[in-house]
Structure formats: C-alpha cells, structure tokens
Design a protein around this ligand. Structure first.
Ligand SMILES: Cc1ncc(COP(=O)(O)O)c(C=O)c1O
Length: 427
C-alpha cells in the first residue's frame, strides 16, 4: 500500500501548505471579509470532494459513495422539453420572478396527486433553484438576530450554516437513536421555546432515513401554534424508498404555521438542474418572494418547461427508480456487514445510515483510512452533528457494479488489516 501512503503524506503536506498560505493571505489582505463568514466553514463536501478528486486517477479510481447526487438520467421527455425550448429564439429572456404559470400549476397538481394537498398555484407555490436555496431565502425572510432556530442533530448541515450566516442562533434538538431516530417531543415540550422562530424538520429524515407519522407531524404543528414559530419541512426524499409520501401541509392547522420545501433533485434525477420550490400560505410565500426577487430572477424557461414535464411523471417512473435503489441497497448492506456496521434495513431516502463497530476508535480517521487504502469514499456521520459521530452514511447513487466493486475493495482492505495485525503479533 505504499502508493496510498505516499499520496496521503502528499495530501497532508498540501493541506498544511494551504493552511499556511491562507494565514499569510489573511495577513496581507487589504480588504477584510465580513464577520459573518467567520461563523461558517466551507461546506464539508466542497472541501472533501476536492480531496477525493485529487486522489482519483485512471490507475486508482476512487468509488464515491459520499453524496446523494443521482447518477441516473432524467426522463427523455424532460430532456426533450429543455432541448426544444432552448432551440426557440424567444426562450432566452428573463422569466417571471414567480416562475411560469405552467410550472406553478404543475407543482400544485403534483401536490394534489402525491400528497392530497390542494395548493393555489397562483399564491401558494414559489419555484426555486432547489430546496437548498429555499433554506437561505426562508431564513432571510423570517429571522432576526435575537431569534433561535431549532435544528435536528443529526441533520442537514445547511440549516445551521445558513442560520449562522444570517446572524440568528442555532439551537439543536436531538433526533434520538433510542427512539428509532425520532424527535423526543416530550423533551422538547418541556423546554423554553419562547425565542424560537423557525423549526427545521426533514422527513424522510436525512441522514437516518426515518419517516414521520401523521400524528407526529400533527403534534409538531400543535407545538408551532403554541409557541408561534414557523415549522418548515424539507421534503426532497419523500418519493425514494418510501411507501407513504407525506407532506407537512396535509396536517390540519399546518397552513398557519408551516412551509414545505421540495425538489426534483432526488426523485427525478435532476440534482444538477436546480429545480425545487417552497409551498405554503400566501403571505409566507410573499415574504420569501420579497427576498428572492431581490437576489435572483426566474429560472431559464427550458428548465421550467422540463420541470413541468417531470412533475407529470406517473407511478411507473417512481417504481422503476425505486427498484434500482432497492437492488443497490442490498449490496450497500453487504458492504456495511463486512465493515461490522449496524443499521436498520427499512430506511427511506437515498442513503444507508449505519453505526460503526465499537472497535473503531475514531470514525473520521477510519473513513479516511478506507478512502486512502481501499479508495472508497463514505461519508462520516460527524458532519451531520454531534449525534452522528459514531455513524457513517453510504449513498445509493452508484451502480450495482460500483457498489459491488466497493464491497470487494473493502473486503481486501480488511484482510490486509488483519494480516498486518497478525504479523505485528508474531513479531
Ligand atoms: C435534507 C436535504 N435538504 C436539501 C438538500 C438539497 O436539495 P436540492 O438539490 O433540492 O437543493 C439535500 C441534498 O443533499 C438534503 O439532503
């Protein structure tokens, strides 16, 4: 394994060099950066994937099981809609800030069909460039410095990063392993929630793959009413390996206190197209539009037409997609079994969340060892919060062949480790 060691040493040196350079740069900067960016780090994947790419080579390709970026194509009809719109010379101007009426209607019909939620297409939906963008706009629209924001731990890191960027206060709440990765509502009810302005929830939950029941959502909506905070469900995984897609907006009383983000990234293989939306009460949508219309314009018409097409996909589209993910998941489970990880087989969404074996002292280091020696990248759970420190997350966005190859490499990596351990014992 001397190639890997050399590479690792090289990377450590590069890392150190970069750090030293940054220190020097800061000293030399004539213009200082805003205080707010000192409160956040560059997004983990933005840094880590650069390292993964630098390790990748034709002789030693890295298998990336890190991010949830679907590797399959969108439908032919969506691609055709983009293509034919792009060919029309009249398609290239600015678009309405609220999105084209056909897209808003498409979203509203989708909500009715999938979640049985009626939405007024003119007033209750706002197309966005993915749900990640929505986290920013909602935070900008609703948060003041003194406000607290309830954020799940473990959870999607963008909720806390954006909260810090807008100057509000992060307050994590546990999603507990001993409760099957559910929210401990009783504990939450006992807390002083008087300063909370937004509560982020994300069901199906990333990274744990837990879904919420209607009753749980109902109880959360009641809590939001009681303490007058906005509850936002970030819902991009509802159609992946989930038999009961649900919207927070289907809960009675949600209208007054809730918004929902959703997207075509995962369920329609369109992550790079940046197509999502926020849905909810007119006045709340208007507040988000007030922010968004000052930062951005409507998306390219071709993308919007493609989204209209994609939103109309029938059940067959989702069945085919989920068959693929189900098969991949079996191999991901085998891989995790080899590593001695423990997991729940019934997780929803694009990942498998698993507990590292007790024998592993430092999961982050272990993940790096697997990356450098087996050239398989798995996400360490610590990036989702303190509660994720003993966990790893495997993405299903890799073909069965790749997952199988990853599993084989990990088997070889473990055998190699055992041999080294035995040799050390003998000598
Ligand atoms: C929980 C969660 N929310 C939002 C996003 C971003 O989705 P989009 O591509 O719609 O911005 C992700 C992507 O990984 C996610 O895991």
């Amino acid at each position: 394994m001397c190639w890997e060691n050399t590479k690792k040493e090289k990377l450590n040196t590069v890392d150190q060099d970069t750090k030293d350079m940054n220190k020097d740069d800061n000293k030399q900067l004539l213009i200082t950066t805003a205080r707010r960016i000192a409160n956040v780090e560059e997004y983990y994947f933005s840094r880590k994937l650069a390292e993964v790419r630098s390790l990748d080579s034709p002789q030693h390709p890295v298998i990336n099981l890190g991010i949830g970026s679907p590797d399959m194509a969108p439908s032919e009809s969506a691609i055709e809609a983009l293509y034919s719109t792009a060919r029309n010379p009249g398609s290239h101007g600015y678009q309405p800030y609220k999105g084209i009426p056909a897209l808003r209607k498409g979203i509203s019909d989708f909500y009715q069909r999938i979640y049985s939620v009626p939405l007024n297409p003119d007033t209750q939906v706002l197309p966005l460039m993915g749900s990640k963008e929505g986290i920013w706009h909602i935070s900008m629209a609703f948060l003041n410095d003194e406000d607290e924001v309830l954020i799940p731990d473990p959870g999607y890191p963008t909720y806390s990063a954006v909260t810090r960027l807008v100057g509000a206060k992060v307050r994590t709440y546990p999603v507990k392993e001993e409760l099957g990765w559910r929210i401990d509502l009783n504990a939450l009810k006992r807390e002083d929630l008087s300063k909370v302005k937004i509560m982020w929830i994300n069901f199906p939950h990333m990274p744990t793959g837990t879904t919420a029941t209607h009753d749980e959502l109902q109880a959360l909506v009641a809590l939001a009413h009681q303490h007058r905070f906005l509850i936002v469900n970030d819902n991009p995984y509802s159609l992946i390996l989930n038999d009961h897609p649900m919207s927070l907006l289907s809960v009675p009383g949600a209208d007054a206190v809730a918004l929902e983000l959703n997207s075509l990234s995962k369920s329609h293989n369109m992550a790079g197209w940046r197509l999502g939306w926020v849905a909810g009460k007119k006045e709340y949508i208007d507040a988000v539009l007030q922010v968004r219309s000052n930062m951005d314009s409507g998306m390219f018409l071709g993308l919007q037409q493609a989204a209209v097409e994609a939103l109309g996909h029938d059940q067959q589209w989702f069945s085919r997609l989920n068959d693929v993910y189900r098969n991949r998941k079996r191999i991901a489970h085998e891989l995790l079994d080899q590593l001695g990880c423990v997991y729940n087989k019934n997780q929803s969404g694009l990942f498998v969340w698993a507990k590292a074996p007790e024998s592993v002292a430092d999961v982050e280091k272990w993940i790096d060892e697997i990356l450098y020696e087996a050239r398989v990248f798995i996400t360490p759970g610590f990036i989702f919060g303190e509660a994720g420190r003993r966990y790893v997350r495997i993405s299903l966005c890799a073909t069965e062949d790749k997952l199988q190859e990853a599993s084989n490499r990990i088997q070889a990596f473990l055998m190699n480790q055992n041999q080294t351990a035995n040799q050390t014992l003998v000598s």
